[in-house]
Design a protein around this ligand. Structure first.
Ligand code: TRP
Length: 324
């Protein structure tokens, strides 16, 4: 039997090229080797969201990006977390065997407490239990994640071991599949690309929007004039160019250091590289956008397929916990 992958992402709306290089490209590749389940985790999003007025639009925009980059509903199950309500039941049940002390020491929880002091809700501390519920409900044995999610995965494994020890072999203990996330720098030269920082390029931007955004990007701050020697190792444009057109970047290092090439020329190379790479994806996105009914159908069918697995797991969980 094929191994099963489960991964999820909160519906943050339109994704950027950092999401693409970091996670999506990898998810697309995994489809050929694994039985994949990819979930838009809308309930998780609620742990940090009081105003839900954009939630449906964000789910829609993210799904468009997923499909445009090549997540394929023929190969994988694509669905929205809340469409399969069994996950909330499992979350409640796993909550009964998860010591609060385990949850209070999770690093992402401590970060969130600082970040949203005014909204430290019960669901927030339970975030990793809901994530464990996602993974085990769909019997996934492999979970592709970035390094920041490793503590959550470790906790999932501990919950599974505890459950199986208390109620007999029931749940599959998953392994993290650490994705080699390229460090995608933002356009402001201050750390990684993120939507929050506004230093990003959306997959769905037009070619002109992409160009305008890159034209105003920071480069090497020490390079004030065209004649100043540059330092490509600290230049975000140089790094991004390597991720989109490694070959085209050959020789630029030396030219930059000798001030034989200017930042404007480098930016033009990057604009072309990104627009070339995104063109087919953007075209597909446009086609998908024109047919919202089809998108709805994909999610309905995804939830139906997901639910079959979920109900099977829940029967066993209830039986082994003596709820039946
Ligand atoms: N916590 C993950 C994130 O913020 C999202 C997520 C929810 C997830 N459930 C999951 C990831 C299950 C992997 C598996 O990125």
């Amino acid at each position: 039997m094929k191994h099963r992958i489960f991964s999820g992402a909160r519906p943050t709306g339109r994704l950027h090229i950092g999401n693409y290089l970091g996670a999506l490209q990898n998810w697309v590749k995994l489809q050929d080797e694994y039985d994949c389940v990819y979930c838009i985790v809308d309930i998780h999003a609620l742990t940090s969201m009081e105003d839900t007025s954009n939630l449906q639009a964000n789910i829609h925009e993210m799904l468009l990006d997923w499909l445009a980059v090549g997540l394929d509903p023929q190969k994988s199950i694509l669905f929205v977390q809340s469409h399969v309500p069994e996950v909330t039941e499992l979350n409640t049940l796993l909550g009964m065997i998860t010591p609060l002390s385990w949850l209070l020491r999770v690093p992402t929880f401590k970060d969130k407490v600082k970040l949203q002091k005014e909204n430290v809700n019960y669901g927030l501390v339970g975030y990793p239990v809901l994530m464990a519920s996602d993974i085990v409900l769909y019997k996934a044995d492999t979970v592709p994640v970035g390094e920041d999610q490793l503590p959550h995965l470790e906790l999932t494994r501990e919950i599974v071991r505890r459950f199986n020890c208390l109620f007999g072999e029931t749940l599959v203990e998953p392994k993290a599949k650490l994705t080699d996330f390229p460090n995608v720098p933002g356009l402001d030269g201050k750390g990684k690309m993120s939507k929050q920082a506004g230093n990003h390029i959306e997959i769905a931007m037009t070619e002109k929007e992409t160009a305008d955004k890159i034209k105003t990007a920071f480069t090497d701050p020490a390079r004030l004039r065209r004649s100043d020697p540059g330092h490509p190792e600290i230049c975000n444009i140089y790094k991004l160019l390597g991720q989109f057109d490694a070959e085209g970047r050959n020789g630029i290092d030396e030219k930059c250091r000798n001030a034989e090439i200017g930042c404007v020329e480098c930016k033009n190379l990057l604009i072309k590289a990104i627009n070339d790479a995104m063109r087919p994806i953007r075209e597909r996105r446009k086609e998908l956008e024109a047919n919202p009914k089809a998108l709805e159908g994909i999610l309905t069918e995804g939830a139906e397929r997901a639910r079959v697995i979920a109900q099977d797991t829940m029967r066993l969980v209830r039986k082994n916990m003596k709820l039946l």
